[in-house]
Design a protein around this ligand. Sequence first.
Ligand SMILES: Cc1cc2nc3c(=O)[nH]c(=O)nc-3n(C[C@H](O)[C@H](O)[C@H](O)COP(=O)(O)OP(=O)(O)OC[C@H]3O[C@@H](n4cnc5c(N)ncnc54)[C@H](O)[C@@H]3O)c2cc1C
Length: 264
Amino acid sequence: MNLPQPILLRVEESRRIHPSFQRVVFRGDGLSRVPENCAGLHIKLFFPAPGQDSLTLPVRRETGIEWPPSDKRPVSRTFSIRACDRQQEKLTVDFVLHPEPGIASDWAANANPGDLLGLAGPGEVTLYDPEAPVQYLIGDLSALPALEAVAEEMPASTDIRVFIELPEGVESRPEWFRGDNIRVSYLVQQYDPESELLPLLRAEGIDPEATGVSLAGEHRTVVALRAWLRSLGLPKPRLYAVPYWRFGDDEEAYHADRHEVMDN
Ligand SMILES: Cc1cc2nc3c(=O)[nH]c(=O)nc-3n(C[C@H](O)[C@H](O)[C@H](O)COP(=O)(O)OP(=O)(O)OC[C@H]3O[C@@H](n4cnc5c(N)ncnc54)[C@H](O)[C@@H]3O)c2cc1C
């Protein structure tokens, strides 16, 4: 069996597109394997661990992933495809520059052309059902790249309603979610969906027969909203609900719990 192996990505361009975002455009041999409708697809990125001066990638075997020995093992983080150009083998990722130190965020803040990362994926999960005439896109900064990409890829006939929670003091941009078919609400991120976000969504009167939802972001909000959306009877293929991170935990501490949430 010919398994798609992790590949090396080289930074072609890196720029601060917002005080909270670094946009990095990568080039890599093998990026033509990214499917055409790539909006928001999940990818794993491999970063050199602290103290490592080179990057060693894992290898995919039929039995699973074979990691390099611990002193060479890279750090892995999950990100979303913001844009892809399969012909030119280019891939764009928008990294949140969050206030707490983090391997990925710190790497992105200092990324320069020529820097190397590893990539596995993309995974096969799709973020939306193009057949749903009404689509809710709900998330925070970590979900913004995926949700923006999804909004751009959706049919122009889709009635798109966006709810984004932004950390206090972080401002939205007019270029986010542009289109006559898109209505956007920005809220201050509360880590407590009952305080504002859920009441607003309840007031929307969501019709489960006609609606799709793409929901991602901080753990507590995603878990609470997913339970409520399921209680409305939203069909499974029309509900993408994935917690992307958890306040107070790095990815190593949160990883197993995320998988438990996803398995439920
Ligand atoms: C499917 C999927 C797609 C994702 N797509 C993207 C994407 O496109 N862009 C993106 O930036 N992130 C994305 N994320 C989230 C990203 O993987 C996490 O934010 C990850 O923790 C970042 O790694 P780090 O090394 O910077 O921080 P870590 O070392 O994991 O965490 C360090 C500290 O920072 C905090 N922290 C982590 N993320 C955030 C955040 N977003 N805001 C505030 N504090 C934070 C942690 O709670 C911890 O205290 C995605 C996650 C998943 C599962």
